[in-house]
Design a protein. Sequence first.
Length: 196
Amino acid sequence: MTDKLKSQLRFLTEADKMKSVSRQTLLADKSREETDAEHSWHFALMAMTLFEYAGFGGIDLDRVIRMALVHDLIEIYAGDTFAYDVKGNESKDERESEAANRLFALLPTEQAVEYRALWEEFDRMDTPDSLYAAAVDRFQPFLNNYLTDGHTWVKHNVSSQQIYERMSPVKTALPALWEFVDYVIQDSREKGYINF
């Protein structure tokens, strides 16, 4: 077995830990919290399924799916930081950078550079691919929260303003879904899932 293959298998074995990283969002059937791996799969599937509604051209769907697969890998070490956790988000960048250094170093150099670049681009949201990816990434738990009676919104006392800010990439990258986003936020306010 080559050193390259050993490195790749070591990385894939480590990546399996993503299946055990719990998130705040419940599965749509409300049976339990989803894992990072489940979220990443659902994100990739949504990116494919909703692609026709992209608000601009120049998006490489293959790259978006690759981003979906790597965007939360670093949470194996850094943990999942809830989007609306102000205190947790203060140290998020540092924790995630350290985790990326550790995780991507398991790969052969060429793949380490490629995966790290995808992860960094996704976080920056400064390209058509990463902006579309970020919109889908935010839409996935948004939809699940609505389907689970606002589970995490209620649990963390989230306001409609916070949700509108978090969902803002959808307005640009998936404009056809913005009416639905607005409806969900208004309906959730009426149902008491979120604060005004």
